[in-house]
Design a protein. Structure first.
Length: 158
């Protein structure tokens, strides 16, 4: 009788450990930055309005983002402020965030950090060093020039 109880207890512990591991893997998988995000205008006359949808994707261990849909401008809007190869190219489909990588750091308020990439602001054509953090379904991005920065939040779509 005692042996049967020990056997059942052992099986119960194993099942519990497997369940915890599966839940942990599920939570981590949901915390990826890959996916579709809604951007919100953070300045000017459109401040607070949904601005666009962007898709973040992984390529060779780094993350990139492209605009998939404009919400405040026509879909055929060209980037007249962009420089180089992007000048007068369509905003929809444009890759504007490049080479973001997990840093291994976690901010208690903002979440898991990604860094070492750049982000280009199509509204002014300038590129900035970038850091971003993911926590739940909120992506916080920060573009830097020296010690000056601008922060935005994007929201995961389903």
């Amino acid at each position: 009788m005692k042996r049967e109880f020990m056997k059942r207890a052992f099986v119960g512990v194993i099942i519990s450990v497997v369940a915890v591991l599966l839940c942990t893997v599920s939570v981590k998988a949901e915390n990826t930055i890959a996916g579709t995000w809604k951007t919100v205008s953070d300045e000017g006359a459109d401040k607070g309005k949904d601005k666009s949808y962007v898709e973040i994707f992984e390529k060779n261990g780094a993350y990139f983002a492209k605009i998939t849909k404009l919400l405040l401008k026509p879909q055929d809007t060209l980037c007249d402020k962009c420089v180089g190869d992007l000048y007068n190219k369509p905003l929809a489909g444009m890759i504007f965030l490049q080479d973001m990588k997990k840093s291994g750091k976690i901010d208690s308020k903002l979440g898991e950090e990604y860094s070492d990439g750049t982000i280009m602001d199509p509204d002014n054509g300038k590129s900035y060093k970038c850091k971003m953090w993911i926590k739940d379904d909120v992506l916080t991005l920060r573009g830097y020039i020296g010690f000056l920065y601008r922060t935005q939040q994007w929201f995961r779509t389903n």
